[in-house]
Ligand binder design. Structure first.
Ligand code: HEC
Length: 147
C-alpha cells in the first residue's frame, strides 16, 4: 500500500547521492555522502520515513519490544552523546534478536527514523541514509543534551 511512497522516497535518496538533492527549505547538505554540516542540524529524517519505520517496527520488533522502550528518558540515557549511527549499528548487527541483521538496511534506517521522531527530533527534507559512515556523523542531543 505504501509502495509508491517507498519507491519515490528511495529515488529521492538516490538522486540526493548522485547530485545535489537539496531538500526544500532547510540548511541543506549538498550530498548524503559528504555532509559534515548535517551533524549540527538535527533534522535528518523525513516524517514519511518515520511512518514507514512505525509500520516496520510493528512488523519486526513488537514481538519483543514496545515502542515506549525507545522514547523519553530511557532513550536519552542510553543514547545521549552518541550518534544516530550508534543506534543504527546496534540494530543492524544485533536486531531482531532472533535474526540479527536479517532485514534490509533500509528497514533499519526507517526504524531509526521512527525512533528519532518518537523522541521529538524534528523531521526535515531528506531521509536518513543507510550509510553507517554518514550516520556516525549525526550526533544526537547536540543542543544542550549534554548537561
Ligand atoms: C526475539 C526478540 C527480539 C526482537 C524481535 C527484537 N529485539 Fe531488540 N532486543 C532484544 C533483547 C533480548 C535485547 C537486549 C539485549 C541486548 O541489549 O543486546 C534487545 C535490545 C534492543 C535495543 C537496545 C536496548 C535499548 O533499550 O536501546 C534496541 C535499540 C533494540 N533491541 C531494537 C530492536 C529493533 C529496532 C527491533 C526490530 C527490528 C528489535 N529490537 C527486535 C530482543 C529482540
Amino acid at each position: 500500500m505504501k509502495k509508491t511512497v517507498f519507491y519515490s522516497a528511495l529515488m529521492f535518496v538516490l538522486a540526493g547521492c548522485a547530485s545535489t538533492g537539496a531538500p526544500a527549505g532547510g540548511a541543506a547538505p549538498t550530498s548524503d555522502l559528504a555532509a559534515p554540516e548535517a551533524s549540527s542540524a538535527s533534522a535528518f529524517y523525513t516524517s514519511q520515513q518515520a511512518s514507514r519505520g512505525d509500520g516496520l517496527f510493528r512488523d519486526n520488533c513488537v514481538s519483543c519490544h514496545s515502542s515506549s522502550e525507545f522514547m523519553g528518558a530511557s532513550f536519552e540515557r542510553r543514547w545521549r552523546n552518541r550518534a544516530v549511527g550508534d543506534i543504527y549499528e546496534f540494530v543492524l548487527y544485533a536486531m531482531p534478536d532472533d535474526n540479527p541483521g536479517g532485514l534490509p538496511e533500509q528497514t533499519y534506517a526507517d526504524i531509526v527514523a521512527y525512533m528519532l521522531q518518537m523522541n521529538d527530533f524534528p523531521a526535515g527534507g531528506s531521509e536518513l541514509p543507510t550509510s553507517l559512515e554518514t550516520l556516525m556523523q549525526m550526533k544526537m542531543f547536540a543542543d544542550g543534551g549534554d548537561r
